[in-house]
Design a protein around this ligand. Structure first.
Ligand SMILES: *Cc1c(COP(=O)(O)O)cnc(C)c1O
Length: 338
């Protein structure tokens, strides 16, 4: 039977080429700054986004949490959309790691505008937490892979600059956003103080995320990473997978997006489905007539594994390990629902 895992783009296994790159990695003790593969990955990622420096971490949660720690002081407040990964899915780390409160806004599919942000910036007053940071997510995971264009980001960056706020990007899926908008990665460095880039989502590396910022921020970030227990040693074997992913798995994200379009189309033709959110990138969110769990069971019987994000909402995520014949299989299964 054909099986398809649409639960997440984190389920991918390293390809033969990636494994070979890992096997051949030049490594050293990264806590001493001596791992050539990690140094190369950090410099490469920074250059791609027009940033000065980078730091390799085990997870996107860690790069985000380090960035928040670097850009705030205890008693500060940060602004983010209410669906933000940094708030919802990082275990309360903003409060725990940084002693910072969070102001949540109601964006459209997670997308914020300067008009939404400006009134939520606290005036200087001892009653109020000091607003010091805005966090954007691109693409928005909970928004179903919705994207900001750089033109939407520029006025937010302008507002942050005018108000003395830092701006961090949770770019777990930034390359998916770039594939959709056609914006240039190198332009991003001018608008953000920090950028987290995940290598283990659509890019298909087994582990890792890079935080990009200026040299001083990254120097401080190395202290924070050590405190959090994220100082690794010969982790160049993992970084080599990240380098390989940047070299070989960025262009192909378009394939995942095309697959998402095919599934969105099939779903919108199904009488078992009431609504399909626009599939801008590699995520398809859709609402079902029957409870999501019942539909998931029917799909599972056909070898298709997915997750519900609500009682009547299911999420399909496309990735490197979903091939055209598997997409065809899902289209057929969707056609047979109900
Ligand atoms: C996956 C993800 C992260 C990082 O998660 P880890 O599991 O810690 O790597 C951060 N932000 C978003 C939007 C994500 O989807």
């Amino acid at each position: 039977m054909i099986t398809v895992d649409l639960r997440s783009d984190t389920v991918t296994k390293p390809t033969a080429g990636m494994l070979e790159a890992m096997f051949n990695a030049r490594v050293g003790d990264d806590v001493f700054g001596e791992d050539e593969s990690i140094n190369e990955l950090e410099q490469k990622a920074a250059a791609i986004f027009g940033m000065e420096a980078g730091i390799y971490c085990p997870s996107g949660t860690m790069t985000n949490q380090i960035a928040i720690k670097c850009f705030t002081q205890p008693l500060d407040e940060l602004i983010a959309d209410q669906t933000a990964h940094v708030y919802r899915y990082e275990g309360g780390g903003i409060a725990f790691n940084s002693g910072v409160s969070t102001r949540l806004l109601n964006g459209y599919r997670g997308i914020l505008t300067p008009e939404m942000i400006e009134p939520e910036i606290n005036a200087e007053n001892i009653h109020y937490p000091h607003t010091s940071l805005v966090v954007l997510e691109n693409t928005v995971n909970k928004g179903g892979g919705s994207c900001y264009t750089l033109d939407q980001i520029k006025p937010i960056a302008g507002l942050c600059k005018a108000k003395g706020l830092k701006l961090h990007l949770d770019g777990a899926r930034i390359f998916n956003a770039l594939a959709h908008t056609g914006d240039q990665a190198a332009d991003y460095g001018r608008y953000f103080d920090g950028i987290s880039v995940c290598l283990s989502k659509g890019l298909g590396a087994p582990v890792g995320s890079v935080l990009l910022a200026d040299k001083d921020t990254i120097k401080y970030a190395r202290r924070i990473r050590k405190v959090l227990g994220g100082g690794m040693r010969q982790a160049g074997f993992l970084a080599a997978a990240g380098i390989y992913a940047l070299d070989h798995h960025v262009e192909r994200l378009k394939i995942d997006h095309a697959h998402a379009q095919i599934l969105a189309e099939a779903l919108s033709n199904s009488s078992a489905v009431t609504n399909v959110l626009p599939a801008e990138t590699n995520i398809v969110l859709f609402d079902t007539v029957e409870p999501a769990d019942a539909i998931l069971k029917k799909l599972a019987a056909q070898g298709i594994n997915a997750l519900s994000t609500d009682k009547h909402r299911i999420r399909f995520v496309l990735h490197l390990d979903v091939h055209p014949e598997q997409v065809e299989h899902v289209v057929k299964a969707v056609g047979s629902l109900m």
